[in-house]
Design a binder for this molecule. Sequence first.
Ligand SMILES: Nc1ncnc2c1ncn2[C@@H]1O[C@H](COP(=O)(O)OP(=O)(O)OP(=O)(O)O)[C@@H](O)[C@H]1O
Length: 258
Amino acid sequence: MTLLAKQNAIHIEQLRKSYSEPSVGDVHYIIKDVDLVIKGGEFFILLGPSGCGKSTLLNMIAGFVSKSGGNLRVNDVEVNKPGRDRAVVFQQADSSLFPWLTVRQNVEFGLRMKKTPKEEQRLISDRYIRLVGLTGHEEKFPKELSGGMKQRVQLARVLANDPAILLMDEPFGALDAMTRRTMQKELVNIWRETHKTVIFVTHDIQEALLLGERIGIMSVGPSSNITDIYDNSLSYPRDVASQQFYNLYNTIQGHFEE
Ligand SMILES: Nc1ncnc2c1ncn2[C@@H]1O[C@H](COP(=O)(O)OP(=O)(O)OP(=O)(O)O)[C@@H](O)[C@H]1O
């Protein structure tokens, strides 16, 4: 377990981001001096109000957004570009799917790049297409799918690539309530089976409590930071009607009330 915890761990020290050009005395930081350690195999939630910098922090871990100061290490290596060990599931699937490929071809894309044998590609894509409830839609193109279906294709494609670290940016926000609940359950099952490190961004307290082992609360920006971290040791699947769930919900909600 100690070894697992060290693998795919994320160490963040005094991390800062400003999108403006640095000029003396006039730097507008989105996030400022964030310190955080995420253990390998952990399911960590980033919870915070709209615009506080959750996506910015996630995209910095992904290597898509450069830092303005501090340290950010994944597996003890400073992050300065994207890597195969990390994959992002974005809020909107539109920009991440290839419109000229079918559902199946989109899901198998990364496997083809890795030269996975064809029969194996088919087994893996079948598994994840089934998991996200898109069996029967394999030959459709993205333009023939609803927003929620596109989102599910994106998730299936990321899972098919089997990254060690899953970075999820409100991935279920566009789904209807029933599909959302199913996907939340499946994500927990996949995480428990595979020991991936998951960082999941949301502003939905219930979602945070259903999924995460720890919940980091981000303050309102600018110069946002992680002000508190809550442990959630309730056993899975979690019962929203339980007293402990209700208590933790109220405690966390207290952060966002004026
Ligand atoms: N490329 C960019 N250039 C300039 N400013 C940016 C850029 N990307 C994000 N920002 C700004 O950084 C701040 C944080 O944005 P970010 O998307 O990280 O917040 P968020 O917490 O994920 O928001 P939401 O919950 O609404 O998605 C916002 O003020 C946003 O306008």
